[in-house]
Write a protein that binds this ligand. Structure first.
Ligand SMILES: NC(=O)c1ccc[n+]([C@@H]2O[C@H](COP(=O)([O-])OP(=O)(O)OC[C@H]3O[C@@H](n4cnc5c(N)ncnc54)[C@H](O)[C@@H]3O)[C@@H](O)[C@H]2O)c1
Ligand SMILES: O=C(O)CC[C@@H](O)C(=O)O
Length: 387
């Protein structure tokens, strides 16, 4: 029986992929084999020695201590693209809310008093304060052209906007998906200087902190609509406040409220709602549950952030799965142990990602415990399993 610890509400559509005869799923599990979570901050979590996998039912993994888990040979999965449409739709809504002053206009109406007739008079007299502007012909700058950024860039093109994107590590797959009229910015400063709307879709890492800061704010046009549906910290809240006061920033729409900005009338802060649709929650949970199950039962890896994709159809009596450091001669040492045990390797697949490597071997012999112990004793081998 595999033990699965859930640390956030994971859609039952995903949990149902883990059959109850093989999986015990609970939010209070000891010695879990795998953890499923969304935004739970895992950095100080006491991991069990049994832990094999962490499944992030979402895209960002900044709440997961991936380096620490890699050192323990734990595979970290995420669900790339599974919530991208949900975020795209909210960003398009955010752009429209920002340029049409929906927040201040709703506050105005909510504050009206008197009869319906008196209200109609106040509405017609007051509405001029909330006149906005339209999307066609304006330039949207998209920072980060991954699963979400590409969808937003393409949607904005279909709404008649000019789109400029910046992503120094865009993948070939994403570049193929991008509308050919999206312009590539040579650097972020060019994007900041040309855009009327700017939206961020990058992971929170050292190089993406404070992409909007007091310094970068000066590079913006006047009256820009800024959107942050990526992570808290990518846009500096104090810089935005200064921008709102000076007129550099027309409106700020974000998924990460703070006390500095929450009550500002030109700010729309949402409670981290980007991925909160029924469809996105189901997509993420199904994707991550399937990936974790395939790893636990077959050793196959799909969509891991710390290990390579390795997938081998089962063929043989037994399968050995090894997570190891990406050091020279690991395969030589592994093959030597198998040879010493007189075991012929029927199929073998090995690949690496950064400092980590992974090996799957199918064999037709019974594998004794001392062979597994000899594999585990190879310096640099972090996890060995017989499947
Ligand atoms: N608000 C929400 O609920 C919500 C939902 C999903 C994702 N997110 C956040 O959005 C981020 C992006 O999600 P995604 O699914 O598109 O991820 P993704 O991995 O598909 O795309 C991220 C892109 O950012 C690019 N990038 C990295 N550093 C960059 C830099 N310095 N400048 C420009 N581009 C850079 C990468 O090359 C990649 O193409 C996630 O990491 C997560 O933090 C938030
Ligand atoms: O799970 C959520 O609600 C948020 C997920 C989102 O932040 C992500 O990075 O995918």
């Amino acid at each position: 029986m595999y033990k699965i610890q859930t640390l956030n509400a994971i859609s039952p559509k995903g949990l149902n992929r883990l059959p109850t005869d093989k999986y015990s799923v609970s939010d209070n599990q000891s010695d879990a084999d795998a953890i499923l979570l969304r935004s739970f901050k895992l950095h100080d979590y006491p991991f069990s020695n049994n832990l094999l996998a962490v499944g992030r039912a979402g895209s960002g993994t900044n709440n997961v201590p991936t380096v620490k888990l890699s050192e323990r040979g734990v595979v970290v999965f995420n669900a790339p693209g599974a919530n991208a449409n949900a975020v795209k739709e909210l960003v398009i809504a955010g752009m429209l809310m920002g340029c049409r002053n929906i927040g201040p206009a709703m506050n105005f109406v909510n504050g009206l008093k008197g009869s319906d007739e008196e209200m109609h008079v106040a509405v017609e007299a007051g509405k001029k304060q909330f006149g906005g502007f339209e999307l066609p012909g304006k330039t949207l700058g998209v920072v980060g052209l991954g699963a979400i950024g590409v969808k937003i860039a393409n949607a904005a093109r279909s709404l008649g906007m000019n789109v400029i994107g910046y992503d120094p590590t865009i993948t070939i797959e994403r570049a193929w998906q991008l509308d050919s009229d999206v312009e590539a910015a040579p650097n972020i400063d060019t994007l900041l200087a040309q855009s009327d709307f700017i939206t961020f879709h990058v992971p929170l890492i050292d190089s993406t902190r404070n992409l909007i800061s007091t310094e970068s704010l000066s590079k913006l046009k006047d009256g820009v609509v800024l959107l942050n549906f990526a992570r808290d910290g990518i846009v500096n809240d104090s810089a935005v406040l200064a921008g709102l006061e000076s007129g550099k920033v027309y409106a700020y729409v974000c998924d990460f409220p703070s006390n500095v900005l929450r009550t500002n009338p030109r700010v729309i802060s949402l409670p981290h709602l980007g991925a909160s649709t029924r469809e996105a929650e189901e997509n993420c949970a199904i994707m991550v549950a399937d990936q974790v199950r395939d790893y636990l039962e077959n050793g196959n890896i799909t969509n891991s952030v710390n290990l390579p994709n390795v997938k081998l159809p089962r063929a043989g009596l037994a399968r050995i799965s090894l997570v190891n450091q990406n050091n020279p001669d690991m395969l030589g040492k592994i093959s030597h142990v198998m040879g010493q045990a007189g075991i012929n390797i029927k199929h073998m697949l090995n690949d690496s990602k950064g400092d980590m490597a992974y090996t799957l071997m199918d064999v037709d012999s019974v594998v004794a415990d001392d062979t597994l112990a000899a594999l585990a004793a190879i310096p640099g081998v972090l996890k060995v399993r017989l499947l």
